[in-house]
Structures are given as C-alpha cells and as structure tokens.
Design a protein around this ligand. Structure first.
Ligand SMILES: [Zn+2]
Length: 174
C-alpha cells in the first residue's frame, strides 16, 4: 500500500502487478491498471501525478465527511426545535403535527449515516416547505428565527454538496 503522506519510491518489480492497488495479472499491453487506473506502463511523472491526485482526493473526502457529519446534527436540531415549539405552543394539534416532524427528522438523521445525500436533501426540502407554509399562514414569520433558519439551511446545503462530492470520489476510487 502507498502511504498517505511522504515520498513514494516508485519501483515496479513485477509489471503484471499494479504498483498502486496490487491487482495481479495486469494486461501488459495496457497502459492503465483496469482496477484503479494507475498508469502502470506510463512514465514516472504520470505515476506521481496519479498518486498525488489520489492523496488530494483522500484529504477532501475526509474533509467532506466532517461537513456531512455536521449536517446530521442540523437534522437533530430541527427535530429538537420542532419538539420544543410544539410543547410551548399549548395547542394539542400543533403539538401532534410538530411531534410528527420531530420523529421524521430523527429518522432522517439516523438514515443520513447510510445515505447522507438523500437524507439531507429530503430534510432540506421538508424544512423549506414548512418555512414556506409558515410564511403563507403569517407573512411576518419569514423573519421569525431567520438567523437560525439560515444557518440550518446553509449547513444542510453544504452537507448535501459534500455528500455528493464524496459519492463521486468513492466511485472514482472503485
Ligand atoms: Zn491498480
């Protein structure tokens, strides 16, 4: 395996075994490893470029995972805010409705571990529709708690974007 950092000594002892991913029985007629795309028969500049690109991908993947994980906490925050708003509304119908959304958001937060892109996207769409409904009921609601709402919306959008980037990076790595 190639270390994550530091200099790499590219010495290909057996040309039929991929230097990068160790896949054996490579077709010696082909320049690139059929498994990982490493330019096994390319020159050293290409090989070094491939390795540094993989390292950059690994670093951005780690960074993305952090924002995706943060976005999960926004879903929990929405769940908590719904529950508290329902509890202080003093209206049992509102409490039931908001209690339902609390459950939905807890479910989305749990699901986001498995499919962050879909869970965060659905979470954002529901959140925006609820906000819109509030505003239709009472236009002054557009500014109610707007700072928290914007933080949540931008946090979710960032998470969605980075979850999608990670899907792409994982596909490239496969
Ligand atoms: Zn390979």
């Amino acid at each position: 395996m190639i270390p994550e950092k530091g200099p790499v000594d590219i010495k290909i002892v057996d040309p039929s075994v991929c230097f990068y991913c160790d896949t054996p029985e490579l077709n010696l007629e082909e320049k690139y490893c059929h498994h990982c795309g490493f330019p096994q028969r390319g020159d050293e500049t290409e090989q070094r470029r491939f390795i540094s690109q993989k390292r950059i991908d690994a670093v951005s993947k780690k960074y993305n995972e952090k924002t995706v994980n943060n976005a999960k906490w926004y879903l929990y925050a929405i769940a908590a805010i719904s529950l508290i708003s329902g509890a202080i509304s003093g209206n049992s119908t509102i409490f039931l409705i908001l209690g339902f959304f609390t459950a939905v958001y807890i479910g989305l937060a749990i699901w986001s571990v498995y499919n962050p892109f879909a869970a965060l996207l659905i979470g954002l769409l529901i959140y925006l529709s609820l906000w819109l409904m509030d505003v239709v009921v009472d236009p002054t609601y557009i500014f109610k708690g707007i700072l928290i709402k914007l933080i949540i919306v931008f946090g979710l959008i960032k998470g969605i974007r980075d979850a999608r980037n990670n899907q792409r990076l994982s596909k490239d790595a496969a």
